[in-house]
Ligand binder design. Sequence first.
Ligand SMILES: [Zn+2]
Length: 449
Amino acid sequence: MKKIFLLALITCFYFTGLMAQTAKYVVIVSVDGFRPDFYMDKSWPAPNMQQMMDRGVYAEGVRGIFPTVTYPSHTTIITGAMPARHGIVYNTPFDMKGLSGRWVKDAKEIKVQTLWEAAHQAGLKTASVSWPVTVGAQIDYNIPETWSETTPGDRRGATSQDATPKGLFEEVQENATGHLQANDLDLHYLSMNENLGRMTAYLILKYKPNLVTVHLPCTDEFEHMEGREGEGVRRAVASADRAIGDIMEALLKAGIKDSTALIITGDHGFVDTHSSLAPNVWLAQQGLIGVTPDRGNWKAAFHSSGGSAFLHLKDPKDEKTLQQVKKMLSELPYSQQKLFRIIDRSVMDKMGSDPEAALALTGVQGISFNNNADGPILKPAKGGAHGYFPDFKEIRTGFVATGAGLNMGTVFPEIGLEDIAPLVAKLLGIELKQAEGIVYPGMLMSTKK
Ligand SMILES: [Zn+2]
């Protein structure tokens, strides 16, 4: 009897320890194309991020997922799972008819539990602004990243339609941003970051959600156009930092700053590019893909994802075609072979990449990929790209966090993108099923026993 009592007591302590909530509120800000140098190198115009680094916990780099692209990465941030498990393996799924394809926006396509769902199950309130793959998501106050395929330049109609509860997009315009014009939610204008920051600040003040997620997209756009060090990138970093400042002030005004953990992270780093490679041209030379718009009677195709390209076989069991492609790649002249390396299936399994791809190519720095099956094998490109295999410094994203439950003055040389969601779950005292990441004890404030 005594033993049972003791066991019950230990179990009780264990679970109290495991599920103890150390932050009543958590805010995750994802800056698209966020790089550690934005906070570690004080020459970037980002005082909020840099002061957070001085006061909190940060990583010198966050290893991303493969491919290092926006939608799969954001889904890893919010689930702690790798793409093969969470189901969002590309921005645009492989599709022989379109190749450029549609973006995955519907939350139903996520196959594992999200932080929002876990929070909801624990009776906590959630809000989200402009987060990828959130149309129809279980979020109490949700303004998803969405646009109509017919009018991609004007996001207002789709946002109004997909925001929940109904009328939320109108509510934030009335109370936070003022009436929005089409170009106020356009990636090319930094006012988009500012408007998203104001919407988030409003939702915090008005509803005090326990978990808030927001995605600020403009930095990515300018890094694509200008490369890592462009003038526009500096302005975009300043605008993201300004939005973060608005969010910090909202936490202060709402009286919840001391009970909130604020996390700034991102989805991938960036690489400067000079040339774009078209590996489908090699497949066309082998007769494995047609050059007509419908690609003819194809057997194999590369699906480009920026800095990498994934090989798909029409018949996944077609070993003969796979061997033909491997042989062709091994026999290319060195002048072409040196532009990329092959990521084989066993490495992709470890990284949780698209289970349906037979292999992938990842570019050396400077090389990105396109889907063309005719024309030159290599054409000029400019600006920046991501999507590369995540094993070098420039492609890493960042992580800096401060506030309730978090340690101060700790530096991590590297964490994984999948480690963020378990940390958030731990801070909120909720259980996140299916997460593959781990919580580093040094991130958390030590509690007296
Ligand atoms: Zn991105």
